[in-house]
Design a binder for this molecule. Sequence first.
Ligand code: KG4
Ligand code: ZN
Length: 339
Amino acid sequence: MKDNPTILGIETSCDETSAAVLRGDELLSNVISSQIEIHRRFGGVVPEIASRNHLTAILPVIDEALEKACVSKSDIDAIAVTYGAGLVGALLVGVSAAKALGYALGVPVYAVNHIEAHIAANYISTPKLEPPFLAVVASGGHSGVARVDGRNEFRMLVSTSDDAIGEAFDKAARALGLPYPGGPEIDKRAKLGKPVIEFTDRRKKHSELSYSGLKTAVVNYLHTLEQRGESPVVEDVCASFQRTAVDMLVGFATAAIDETGIKTVVAAGGVSANSYLREKLAAEAKQRGAECYFPPMSLCTDNAAMICARARDMIKGGVPPAGLDLNAVSYLKIKGGEE
Ligand code: KG4
Ligand code: ZN
């Protein structure tokens, strides 16, 4: 493999069909076709509909990514694809396209772990970033704090024991009657409210990262008001929920800084687009003399640029490519081990 291979990345794990081209350190294109509008009327992602829409979008999106990058298929040295975690039917569309294209072009296909890729997005936005560092993982399917000791060495230090933080944002938003995806809606409204409501989960141990109790606390609060014939101040509910959800995760991140002595922290995943999370994590890191980096919004939520970035390190590190028997995996731990 060349030193600066041209990598075509493909991402179809949930409701975004994305393809990107990375050559060496240079991101040549990153095309994202979102299905959010399609799923919004159902209040969430409908897996079967997601798969069908990936099927129609995948080839045009790949063509557009190549065209924007001014790269032809014969210039591609490697293909990178998300094989998990995510919705199996949705993942299969990307995995099948990658395998077919890899076979036809005679180039290797690299199987990328979606969460490792969210972390690797930071290498694009912060080129000077090098391990060791801590990564605050905050997405729709995963939450926790990871330790990154090498370009291909990831280890979760803390993981949620139930729901992911993004899932909690989406469920709380749904209970408030806000549209899908709830995270950006709560973020927007929280700016206009005050965090005056205590959403505590009495069952929760302080040593545990958990979001299902917080979601239930919001639902119970809204039910109680309804029974009394009162209406919630939506902005205050948003601000209060957001503060509790983010402070919990940032609390584990700051504990990890203190325990490991690692002074570099990055954020990864869709919820790292949250304005309060960015503010709070940056402030806590600064207080501890730690550097803190966030990907730009376009690299926070699902995108194929991060898939290319992850594959570039796999190639450099000698990780072998996948075979034609590569399959989609819905549950995947950070080190690539299946649950
Ligand atoms: O990483 P991502 O795009 O997909 C997964 O890998 O799961 O994350 C999607 C999640 C959704 O739950 C969405 O509501 C949340 O990210 N999200 C946000 C914000 N933007 C996206 N949550 C809070 N504040 C935001 N600004
Ligand atoms: Zn994601």
